[in-house]
Write a protein that binds this ligand. Structure first.
Ligand SMILES: Cc1cc2nc3c(=O)[nH]c(=O)nc-3n(C[C@H](O)[C@H](O)[C@H](O)COP(=O)(O)OP(=O)(O)OC[C@H]3O[C@@H](n4cnc5c(N)ncnc54)[C@H](O)[C@@H]3O)c2cc1C
Length: 329
């Protein structure tokens, strides 16, 4: 067994931010288990990516290279890593929880006779000697935390949630770089690479806004948006949104707050009808004061809020608009 392997992803020629978070998670897991931590980079030309990963505190960085890995395909990545891990026999494999990973990692784990523990937000040591990691993942939209332990033989595959581990805690060091050439035939790639998913563009700079009113799926319909727009106007605030609102095209993508949207740090962040999924929280946790309106008292957003109003936003927001207007007169 060869310890922990983190499979990193490339973004604009560099290791992606969530890839760095996954490596930081790998280093934490190494501290918990006492196992060495390594990273694997995939592609047709991986020199630059491997060079970047080699500046971190890792035992090895493996360049898994093949011309058919130039563009991502589920078949190509699964085949390459299946062969690589058959040789390396890892104890743990960590992926960033991205669309790409969700596409191929479950198939890869299944081919190696394992399951993937997806969307991990934390891990801790159990009471066994030596200690084994217990992984946490959220259930029922963050209302419950599930604890998962890997049992049996073979590698434990996990993917880590964006924002759950901190890229700025990545430890620097020097790693040995090695190469692995998988055998892949063109006929084994059954799909044609499409255009890459793009995170939201940033033409509106929510990052420098002092006040933000953010709207979530609780608003129910695009036709109801003027209600929160009026509240934002009354407070002199920018309008932000959770991802489903932007995905539905109700507001432009550059209004999205969160791990695949903008990171904001206003003096006031008012979340209206937003549940508080971790991908949203990572984008606004730097806010000085968080207030939330949600009809569900168990909504996870309340755990991050300084002020919470449990109620129907269609009753609370009009009352708030009146109160703000009255206070400003
Ligand atoms: C890779 C990845 C990246 C992601 N990136 C982001 C991101 O950048 N930003 C982001 O926001 N999400 C992101 N997500 C999605 C995220 O996981 C959640 O699905 C999303 O944040 C949920 O949005 P929401 O809170 O608006 O909706 P929901 O989770 O559906 O919550 C709606 C809330 O509204 C409340 N509500 C309903 N009706 C009312 C009412 N009448 N009055 C008051 N409250 C009401 C409900 O109680 C509920 O809490 C990402 C997911 C993945 C997998």
């Amino acid at each position: 067994m060869s310890g922990i392997w983190v499979v990193v992803e490339e973004r604009d020629g560099r290791v992606s931010h969530i890839g760095c978070e996954a490596v930081a998670a790998g280093q934490k897991l190494a501290a918990l288990t006492g196992l060495p931590v390594n990273a694997a980079v995939l592609g047709a030309q991986t020199e630059a990516l491997a060079g970047e990963a080699a500046t971190w505190a890792l035992a090895k960085v493996a360049r898994v290279e093949h011309p058919l890995l130039a563009a991502y395909t589920a078949d190509g990545f699964t085949l390459a890593l299946e062969q690589f891990f058959a040789v390396e026999k890892p104890d743990f494999v960590i992926f960033p929880h991205t669309y790409q990973v969700r596409d191929y990692a479950p198939a890869l784990a299944a081919r190696l006779g394992q399951v993937l523990i997806g969307d991990v937000t934390a891990f801790s040591a159990d009471t066994a000697q030596p200690a084994r990691p217990v992984f946490t993942r959220q259930l029922m939209q963050g209302r419950l935390n599930g604890a998962y332990r890997h049992s049996g033989n073979g590698a434990c595959f996990i993917s880590v949630q964006a924002g759950a581990f901190r890229a700025d805690e990545l430890q620097a060091g020097t790693a040995e770089v090695c190469s692995f050439s998988p055998t892949i035939e063109p006929a084994q790639i059954r799909t044609k690479p499409g255009e890459r998913f793009r995170a939201s563009a940033q033409t509106i700079d929510l990052g420098s806004a002092q006040r933000i009113v953010s709207v979530g799926r609780g608003i129910k319909d695009a036709a109801n948006l003027p209600l929160v727009q009026e509240l934002a106007a009354a407070l002199g605030a920018e309008l932000g949104a959770s991802r489903p609102i932007c995905d539905a095209g109700w507001l432009p993508l550059d209004r999205q707050v969160g791990s695949s949207g903008q990171t904001v740090s206003p003096k006031l962040y008012l979340a209206v009808g937003i549940s508080g999924a971790i991908q949203h929280l990572v984008g606004m946790k730097g806010s000085q004061c968080v207030a939330a309106i949600n009809k569900d008292p168990g909504a996870p957003i309340f755990e991050s809020a300084d002020y919470g109003i449990v109620g129907d936003l269609f009753e609370v927001v009009p009352a708030l608009i009146e109160a703000v207007k009255a206070a400003r007169q």
